[in-house]
Ligand binder design. Structure first.
Ligand code: ZN
Length: 887
């Protein structure tokens, strides 16, 4: 550090004294900085303004320090404001360390823990507007920070900030904030004001950015997870959201049944304490319509605040009623549903209806958040000590049904994916061991190098919940009545989703274990031979990524029809044979290193039956209805380096052709039917992510709730209305006739059944919820892995079922053929989650490969790339992209 000149030192000292004496109230209020009061109708600060305001406050107040916590997907800097008493600022590292030590009770006596709890500070993390269209919290954050540092609080802020370190992330999703504000500003004052955007407010995940909190696919998730479990170890975490417009004004915890059994009771006691204090402070200040115990379950769904529960952290959620972005709405008292009119013990003070504005949301959020800051101060040492107690329970006590360990064998069909799973587990704070020698557990043999997750560990609930198979309770509206659906998914079991073999071990066992300090990526062994073929096993997803990279470099690639015998190993049917050239030898080591993969060699093809694979020109359809599954598909493609083009509705229409304006008079003489656009000239594969077929065709959502939703959503500018239309369907049909491959995922299979005429139908089409019900759960599939779409898959696989289809097929008509690649078994279909009426899908097809004239339509009825988590079923669509050419 450079020495300051003497005069400068004097100036700074005087400034510091002035500040201490309160003479310098130099903090700029947000209103002055923005030119409008936070929450003003139709006014929004965008991310660059929010960021600039926080930077300014950081310069002006010694109680605020701005830290960078990472980059967003589109490259914005994610900031976090550390707000606490000036005297705490110099000791932040000490307080972080206290919080960290209390989260791991091992080696800490109760007396030492009590001493640490007395010395430490409460750490409270506040995260705002993860869902970017839920704009209020990000706007509110500026006023909250200003109020805390200037004492505009219903408590002595100076005293409270001595006990609490507030970590305030003004936007979880800066890219989304910018998009939403830009869109709003563009259309404010027009009939489209406050309507939804035609694209996702997180470039890959949209709303699903709040389902990513164990897989950590997104940079934003990674940044905040690091704050939570690696850098700051807060005891309290609140994530502030908005919900629909015409229910309660605000949800705050307690949460609703069912609770995830693995979570500690103390978590719920503390969650309820904080929630009740918030409700109390809101009531004192005259806020009505606060609801708790409804809608939001205590079952983990991979959401941000919920993941805190599994780390013995108080995870809180607030959900305020929405306006139309920043446009006020008027709600007639008669529009409120009865359940939000009548007083109930979970809803003691109904809101009467009337105007509802952005500033109302800001006021509710300011009040509840300040209440939480106060609670964190009041219970400072209790909260710190409780985190020690919960750690002790995690490490020392055995809960009902608690297994001893989970073992991930060193022998896996897809080892690089196994390593990826270990990486993901470690990032979330799971402790993993590796065995130095072979061992036996619960009567099963495991080779040396197998991985062991001992359940007794500081984040027991998290490790256990991720690795076990979920058993969602059978909840009904009334005995024998329809099922009560969970808030989102009923299951997530990571090893099942990723296709990694992992066993739950009940009884303690002997093994020589070493704690993993890093994921043990194997040293790369590039094949040495200079002729013949390089063999990449079809069972590893990594092989596909490597093949795409090699195809880009014009490598000659084949797929073997049968298994390939190598030295000491056998590669599965469908494995890739890459002509071993100088170029391939040059590119391969870096690719194997990147994907932690391996390759074999063959000096010749030994007469193996094989078919060529060419570098496919791939297109992904993107509707203007912000389809999350499409976003995740792009994520997987980008992650694996698979090139693609996006197709919009207009790309399915012949050039120059315009959609006739509504109400336009028909031409006197009907024009000749336009020739469908030639998609085959540009593409080999066109993929439709899961989306209702009607929506793809017409752009209109069906179903009974469509009108109700549109009341609060508004309409879209005309260029975003409509779908691919009849001409799009005709273009797809000729694309297939000419040899193109259409891939439909999950709900998009409807496009194949009706319009493209495949000899299959959805057996669940007219089956209601009382007969069949499966809310995002994991089901068993039987796979034919000798057929191209099944290549590399195990004979029994786990697949995510979420709004999925189960198909009947029949003897195909002339010009068609069909092959069932995967189907649901006769019995024991459910692997994890909840399934009612499994008979409705028993023996039905889940994946069907159909051919028509020169092309194919491949129906993948399950969520093969679910939220970029289900690595175990990626191969279904990867195989569709790398379909071997017909001889
Ligand atoms: Zn939300």
């Amino acid at each position: 550090m450079r020495r300051l000149p003497a005069l400068m030192t004097v100036v700074l000292t005087v400034l510091a004294l002035c500040s201490a004496a309160g003479l310098l109230s130099a903090q700029t209020p947000p209103e002055k900085f923005l030119g409008f009061k936070v929450g003003t109708d139709r006014k929004l600060a965008d991310y660059s303004q929010i960021q600039a305001y926080f930077e300014k406050l950081g310069q002006e107040s010694p109680k605020v320090k701005i830290v960078d916590i990472g980059k967003s997907t589109l490259g914005k800097t994610m900031i976090m404001a550390v707000i606490t008493a000036e005297e705490n600022m110099a000791k932040l590292d000490t307080y972080r360390d206290v919080a960290r030590r209390l989260k791991d009770s091992r080696g800490l006596s109760p007396d030492e823990a009590r001493k640490l709890a007395a010395e430490g500070k409460s750490i409270l993390l506040i995260t705002c507007s993860l869902h970017a269209s839920e704009v209020a919290a990000s706007q509110m954050s500026m006023e909250l920070a200003y109020d805390l540092v200037t004492g505009k609080t219903p408590f002595d802020a100076d005293a409270v900030l001595k006990d609490v370190i507030v970590l305030l992330v003004p936007s979880h999703n800066p890219d989304g904030n910018q998009m939403v504000v830009d869109w709003y500003r563009k259309y404010v004052g027009t009939k489209y004001e406050g309507g939804s955007m035609p694209w996702l407010y997180h470039v890959y995940a949209g709303h699903d950015n709040n389902r990513d909190w164990f897989m950590f696919n997104l940079l934003e998730t990674q940044a905040v997870t690091k704050v939570l479990y690696q850098d700051w170890f807060p005891q309290v975490h609140i994530d502030e959201h908005q919900q629909g417009s015409n229910g309660g004004r605000l949800f705050i915890p307690p949460f609703m049944d069912p609770p995830l059994p693995n979570i500690q009771p103390m978590v719920w006691r503390e969650v309820n304490l904080c929630g009740t204090n918030m409700a109390y402070d809101l009531q004192k200040n005259g806020f009505t319509g606060v609801v708790n115990g409804r809608s939001y379950t205590a079952w983990w769904i991979g959401a941000c605040d919920d993941t805190s529960w599994l780390h013995n952290t108080i995870g809180l959620l607030s959900e305020a009623a929405s306006v139309r972005i920043a446009t006020p709405i008027y709600i007639e008292p008669t529009e409120l549903p009865t359940s939000f009119v009548e007083k109930r013990m979970d809803f003691v003070d109904p809101w009467p209806g009337g105007w509802w504005r952005l500033r109302d949301i800001v006021d509710y959020e300011l009040t509840l958040t300040k209440s939480l800051v106060k609670t964190a101060a009041l219970y400072r040492s209790d909260l710190l000590y409780a985190s020690y107690l919960m750690s002790k329970t995690s490490v020392e006590k055995t809960q009902t049904g608690q297994p001893h360990a989970f073992v991930i064998s060193a022998e896996q069909a897809d080892y690089p994916t196994t390593l990826k799973m270990l990486e993901v587990l470690r990032f979330g704070g799971v402790e993993i061991h590796r065995s130095k020698a072979s061992f036996v557990a619960d009567g099963r043999y495991y080779p040396a190098g197998s991985f062991v997750v001992l359940v007794a560990q500081p984040y027991k609930a998290y490790a256990w919940a991720l690795l076990e198979k979920q058993k969602y309770p059978d909840m009904r509206e009334y005995p024998g009545g329809p099922p009560v659906p969970p808030y989102d998914n009923a299951a997530w079991t990571l090893p099942l989703q990723m296709g990694v073999s992992c066993d739950e071990i009940e009884r303690p066992f002997e093994a020589d274990l070493v704690k993993l300090e890093a994921v043990p990526y194997p040293a790369v062994q590039a094949p040495a031979a200079s002729e013949g073929f390089v063999v990449l096993d079809s069972r590893a997803n990594a092989s596909y990524a490597i093949v795409f990279a090699l195809l880009k470099d014009k490598a000659e690639v084949y797929r073997s029809k049968g298994p390939v015998t190598l030295q000491g190993a056998t590669a599965a049917p469908g494995s890739f044979l890459v002509k071993n050239t100088a170029g391939v030898r040059k590119a391969l080591p870096a690719l194997l290193e990147k994907w932690h993969s391996s390759a074999g060699v063959l000096s010749s093809d030994q007469g193996l039956e094989k078919a060529a694979v060419k570098n496919p020109r791939i297109a992904i359809y993107q509707s203007w209805r912000s389809n999350m599954d499409e976003g995740w598909t792009r994520y997987v493609f980008d992650d694996m380096g698979i090139p693609f083009t996006i197709l919009h509705n207009a790309d399915f229409k012949a050039p120059g052709e315009k959609t006739a304006a509504k109400g336009a008079k028909p031409a006197a003489k009907p024009a000749a039917k336009p020739k469908p656009v030639d998609l085959k000239a540009k593409f080999d594969v066109i993929l439709f992510a899961s989306e209702d077929a009607e929506l793809i065709k017409t752009g209109r959502r069906g179903g009974p709730n469509a009108a109700r939703f549109s009341r609060f959503m508004g309409s879209m500018p005309p260029e975003y209305e409509g779908g691919i239309g009849d001409e799009g369907v005709a273009a797809l049909k000729s694309f297939v006739e000419e040899g193109g491959i259409v891939v439909t995922l999950n709900a998009a299979c409807g496009l194949g059944f009706g319009d493209l005429g495949v000899p299959a139908r959805n057996a669940l089409e007219r089956v209601d919820r009382t007969k069949f019900f499966c809310p995002t759960s994991i089901l068993k599939l039987t796979v034919d892995n000798t057929t191209p779409i099944g290549y590399g898959m195990p004979e029994e696989a786990a697949a995510v079922f979420a709004g999925s289809v189960a198909m009947d097929t029949w003897t195909p008509p002339f010009d068609w053929d069909r092959k069932v690649v995967a189907s649901f078994p006769e019995d024991d279909i459910l692997l994890s989650g909840w399934l009612l009426g499994g008979d409705a899908i028993a023996r039905k097809a889940a994946v069907v490969d159909t051919s028509y004239k020169k092309g194919r339509i491949i129906l993948i009825g399950i969520r093969s790339q679910h939220r970029a988590e289900s690595y175990g079923t990626y191969k279904f669509f990867l195989n569709a992209l790398l379909y071997p050419e017909a001889k």
